[in-house]
Design a protein around this ligand. Structure first.
Ligand SMILES: C[S@@+](CC[C@H](N)C(=O)[O-])C[C@H]1O[C@@H](n2cnc3c(N)ncnc32)[C@H](O)[C@@H]1O
Length: 349
């Protein structure tokens, strides 16, 4: 099995992702004779061997897909030994640390090696990751896992307390990433590990007090361009919106986008999912610009002109009472704080 090289068909000992839905996935290692229980019933591993990745496999009560693992899928399904970094933060870290093929990266702590998998994918084929973890079993497990995933040539896992003993690396790294409770203790050694030509550093901390101390220490050590960011995903829910019935005439159409929402729209926004009746009312109307073809039974085939409106598309239905269509609605609150990402640059001395 290798996260590095792709092969088409599932083999014994492959780690595969079973996809039953975007919020129902499992990473399993294929072993002939083993059985995995899913909500669709038992999956026999031997039924998966020889299947082409991406194909679906039948279980007694439904089917699931067999996916080849990527760092993103691994991050969503790995066994948690610690808190981990998720793909949203990982994408910003990879970009801000300027990771590319050939980069040399120093990381601590390794934790569950969620970030490590993505770092390695970015720096392949000739870069290297030095990752440090002071919890012995976690360091061992990460090493085993990375070996099992065919990545051991690109990573060195070291069991060490980097805050007490440092990285013991000098002038080698293009980038350093710290996910530690007291990152400032590791910063002097991190600076030493960075190439004399300079490099980038990132420290991930859940609390703003940790960020304050880290920033102060970075500045003292001569790092520049210190900046902290938080990266949150903004979700949109697809809802059915009901508006009062618009008149598709020249005068009325001007005010169409400003129409006030009705009670039924509010009810729909407050409900968990679009109402069944609203679902049923969906039909095939579509506007690519100023002309709209109405598809409900009464006015079917008619073309209405919409003047002075911005380009807007809808899939909706005009009924005697109202006009309903699908729209993306954002949430008022944005949960999902994981941590603050503090980045800084070390310029050549
Ligand atoms: C939150 S986890 C890291 C998760 C990792 N970024 C991931 O994506 O899977 C933090 C790890 O740092 C380790 N750690 C804490 N202090 C350390 C130190 N002084 N030296 C090395 N590792 C340390 C902990 O044991 C823990 O496993």
């Amino acid at each position: 099995m290798s996260f590095n090289k792709y092969h088409k068909k599932v083999k014994e000992n492959d780690t595969v992702i079973l996809y039953l839905g975007y919020d129902n996935m499992h990473a399993i290692k294929i072993k002939r004779g083993s059985v995995f229980q899913t909500k669709y019933g038992a999956l026999r591993h031997s039924d998966v061997i020889g299947t082409t990745y991406g194909n679906r496999v039948q279980c007694p009560k439904g089917y699931l897909y067999i996916l080849y693992p990527t760092p993103e899928l691994w991050t969503s399904n790995l066994p948690h030994r610690t808190q981990i970094l998720y793909s949203t933060d990982i994408s910003v870290v990879s970009y801000q640390l300027d990771l590319k093929p050939g980069s040399v990266v120093v990381e601590s702590g390794t934790g569950s090696a969620s970030l490590s998998h993505s770092i390695i994918r970015s720096i392949l084929p000739n870069g290297h990751l030095y990752t440090f973890e002071f919890h012995k079993e976690r360091a061992q497990k990460a090493e085993e896992e990375l070996k099992d995933h065919g990545l051991s040539d690109y990573v060195t896992v070291t069991h060490k307390d980097v805050c007490k003993f440092g990285f013991d690396l000098e002038d080698v790294a293009d980038a350093v990433f710290l996910d530690l409770p007291v990152p400032w203790d590791a910063l002097p050694s991190a600076k030493k590990a960075l190439k004399k030509l300079g490099g980038r550093i990132c420290s991930f901390s859940p609390c703003i007090e940790q960020v304050q101390k880290t920033c102060a220490c970075l500045a003292e050590l001569g790092f520049e361009e210190i900046s902290t960011m938080e990266c949150l995903v903004r979700n949109y829910d697809v809802r059915t919106i009901n508006l009062p019935n618009p008149e598709f005439s020249k005068e009325n159409s001007k005010s169409l986008p400003q129409q006030k929402s009705t009670k039924s729209e509010q009810e729909d926004m407050d409900s968990d999912s679009p109402s069944e009746s609203a679902e049923k009312s969906l039909q095939c109307g579509k506007s690519g610009g100023k002309k709209i073809t109405i598809c409900n039974s009464k006015d079917k085939g008619q073309t209405a002109e919409v003047l002075d409106t911005p380009e807007w598309d809808y899939i909706g239905k005009k009924t005697a009472a109202n006009f309903s269509f699908k729209s993306g609605v954002s949430f008022g609150k944005m949960p999902g704080h994981t941590g603050y990402l503090t980045f800084a640059t070390l310029y050549p001395l």
